[in-house]
Design a protein around this ligand. Structure first.
Ligand code: DGJ
Length: 726
């Protein structure tokens, strides 16, 4: 059993294939965290039990004699605010009498197979109840009657677990939740580095790594979106951990709005790691009898380095987060008109793209922004989701028929969460956007954010979408989101609920996405937010792929894709070949093959020679699809660490197939360079399909593949495909 409770020692132990997580019910029913790390046997667990410890200037619990228990000096499972632990707390409730002193302690627990969902929020799921075991611990604040259920679900085979919290107001008074982190892990030491992903528009998810220092260190968002700027992923890794060696703990929040990943190193050099909704600006009024659920945090442990941590996330998300028809079947190879035309297109132009694309072997054309209302530039018409038939040269169904007749599927662009200042919808309903009374509304890309915290607004937008999608054969929808939230407030809620709006907004977005996936189960949804501004696990629950970045330069894309792969699988990353100039089509194709492949250009502009390359690429896309989409990724040379070249490879689960790619970013030294491969079977022999040369797995991994035969010019690249010899 992956979760056991030793009633005599009062210890819970949660095991995965490679990790153990241990919790103790201590005196006075305090829940203490004892251990998270490499797997340990059940034997002699009492050795881990909290032995007490006095902290000067730290108030102690009067019921635990002899000063051996200071809340400020122990490792808590779910630390509360204002009752003697002065570190960052995970949970704070403003009580009816005005203070926020909070103290939930163990009451009871249950352990069962399977995993419950979370109301209104995306979360990981069990494909089969035997995949996952869940522990629920009921805790209660005896003074206020507030209860918190701590959920732990263990994905035993995969080396991962999830945590979330549900609060129940069991009192007869209304309270306000001020902080509710989804997970908290108190480590005994701080000999770790913290890894986070920072960036901005067009330069998403750079890898930042720094040693922990005393005090607080944070990566967070308060943009009403997970954001380009920080990602709700963070890792704590041993100071000497590398891609292949050392301990790595990965944390990811299944959430698309304001989050905070915090680490506090305390006076005793322990470190507390927290991940959850950003408490900055957050508050939730909880009436008697009502409940509130936190988003889910995913925790992954690896004792084989950072690369293995990423692969665990990838396997987990491919199997237990991505849903629907497009989870396992081949996704269409698409062409999108945005970079080629912007909004300057008509029906004939889209058909001309489709015609050429069909000749090249592309499966689907996506008509991007500009097909509705008076949308000729980005100053207007968001919210007016009526087809502009004049621009398209007839009804949408006619355009789709013409495209389908060429053998192509059809996709469309939407930005449902926005409203243009210059739109019929805004003129009719100026209060339907996120705003606060009497204050100028800040504008971004000439648009406001529509108020999805309100049911009437959501219903209106969804109905408008439904009118288009239910009568037209739309195979794919690109869901865009091109600004962040400011002046966060809603005309639909009273003053004492305004702190709820950012969270209510994202719940509204999730609800619409949920309706879309239910009403149109065959439609593939690709998420986007000015590129990868909402690349998070929450969005992946509804859309199996996300447009990784508006930056399609293949050299820039290397860093973006390497950073994104820290947590998110290759087949979730939208990656297109565009007309960008920094490298030829071969390299652009090799880089885009990493993800959910496509094109973003005018196919009529290809030269004869380029068309031959593109046709070749399309064949490769089909040939390598499985190893890329379902294989294991090994980052061989990171562009964050090497200025000359980047390299990566995919290895099939059975280790019989491998695809290795390397790109020259700057002319490297001329000396012989051997690229050491990873993840192969040392005992197997592999044939290089191109040259027919056979190598042992051991040779490729230990001595490496000599790269000197390949071009060293900037922007060039190569790929090698190996198959095991039976
Ligand atoms: C931003 C997206 O990232 C682009 O791909 C494109 O869809 C534009 N928005 C359209 O406005």
């Amino acid at each position: 059993m992956p979760i056991i409770f030793d009633s005599e020692k009062k210890i819970f132990k949660l095991d995965t294939a490679n990790s153990s997580y241990v919790i103790e019910i201590y005196d006075e029913n305090y829940l203490l965290h004892l251990y998270y790390g490499a797997k340990i046997p059940d034997y002699n667990l009492k050795n881990l039990k909290f032995k007490g410890g006095f902290a000067s200037f730290s108030p102690v619990n009067i019921n635990i004699e002899d000063g051996r228990f200071s809340p400020d000096n122990c490792t808590f499972e779910y630390p509360c605010e204002g009752t003697g632990d002065f570190r960052l707390s995970a949970f704070a409730v403003r009580n009816a009498d005005g203070n926020n002193s909070t103290d939930v302690r163990y009451v009871s627990h249950k352990i069962y197979n399977g995993k419950p969902g979370i109301d209104g929020l995306p979360s990981l799921y069990a494909s089969d109840d035997s995949d996952v075991t869940t522990l629920e611990i009921l805790t209660e604040d005896k003074v206020t009657g507030i209860q918190a259920i701590l959920y732990y679900s263990v994905f035993e085979k995969l080396g991962a677990m999830t945590r979330s919290v549900k609060v129940i107001n069991n009192s007869d008074k209304t309270v306000e939740i001020e902080r509710i982190y989804s997970t908290c892990v108190d480590f005994q030491t701080s000999n770790y580095d913290m890894i986070t992903l920072y960036g901005k528009w067009s330069k998403e998810r750079n890898v930042a790594r720094r040693p922990l220092a005393h005090g607080r260190q944070t990566a967070s968002s308060k943009r009403g979106s997970s954001s380009h700027h920080q990602n709700p992923f963070g890792a704590i890794v041993a100071n000497d951990a590398t891609e292949d060696f050392g301990e790595a703990y990965g944390f990811n929040l299944v959430y698309s709005s304001n989050f905070s990943f915090d680490v506090e190193v305390d006076q005793n050099s322990g470190s507390r790691v927290l991940l959850g909704i950003n408490p900055d600006g957050f508050g939730w009024k909880l009436e008697p009898g009502k409940t509130f659920s936190s988003p889910e945090a995913v925790m992954v442990y690896s004792d084989k380095g950072i690369g293995e941590m990423s692969r665990i996330f990838h396997r987990l998300y491919r199997k237990h987060l991505i849903r629907g028809k497009w989870k396992d079947i081949k996704r269409p190879l698409l062409i999108n008109n945005w970079e080629a035309t912007g909004m300057d297109f008509d029906g004939d132009k889209i058909v001309s793209f489709a015609k050429k694309a069909a000749e090249l072997g592309v499966d689907m054309i996506v008509m991007d922004d500009g097909w509705f209302g008076n949308r000729f530039d980005d100053r207007r018409a968001l919210g007016d989701w009526q087809v502009n038939e004049e621009k398209l040269g007839g009804p949408l169904s006619y355009l789709i028929e013409r495209i389908n007749a060429l053998g192509l599927k059809f996709g469309i662009w939407y930005e449902p969460e926005m409203i243009s200042r210059d739109s019929n919808l805004y003129r009719e309903h100026p209060d339907w956007c996120i705003h606060v009374p009497n204050r100028e509304k800040s504008i971004a890309r000439h648009q406001y954010v529509i108020d999805f915290s309100r049911r009437d607004v959501r219903d209106y937008i969804y109905n408008e979408m439904y009118k288009v999608l239910s009568v037209n054969k739309v195979d794919y929808l690109k869901w865009d989101f091109n600004r962040n939230l400011s002046e966060i407030g809603s005309a639909g809620y009273p003053a004492d609920q305004q702190k709820e709006i950012a969270h209510r907004f994202v719940l509204g977005t999730y609800e619409i996405m949920d309706r879309l996936t239910k009403d149109f189960p065959d439609m593939l949804i690709e998420n986007c937010s000015g590129g990868g501004g909402r690349f998070d696990a929450g969005m992946l629950y509804y859309s199996p792929q996300i447009w990784t970045s508006d930056n399609t330069d293949p050299i820039e894309r290397l860093s973006i894709q390497f950073g994104t792969s820290m947590c998110y699988p290759a087949n979730t990353m939208g990656a297109h070949v565009s007309a960008s100039r920094r490298a030829g089509y071969e390299t652009k194709g090799n880089v885009a093959l990493w993800g959910s492949f496509g094109y973003e250009l005018d196919p009529n502009r290809f030269t004869e020679e380029e068309q031959v390359t593109i046709k070749e690429q399309v064949k490769e896309y089909h040939k390598y699809y499985d190893v890329i989409h379902f294989g294991d990724l090994y980052r061989l040379i990171s562009p964050f660490e090497n200025h000359f070249r980047a390299a990566w490879m995919f290895v099939s689960e059975d280790k019989n197939e491998a695809l290795v790619t390397s790109v020259v970013m700057r002319k490297p030294e001329d000396r012989p360079f051997f690229l050491r491969l990873k993840g192969l079977d040392p005992e197997k022999y592999y044939v290089d399909e191109e040259t027919n040369e056979v190598y042992s797995g051991a040779l490729l991994m230990n001595a490496g593949l000599c790269l000197n035969e390949f071009s060293l010019d900037d922007g060039t690249s190569f790929k090698k495909y190996f198959k095991s010899v039976k």
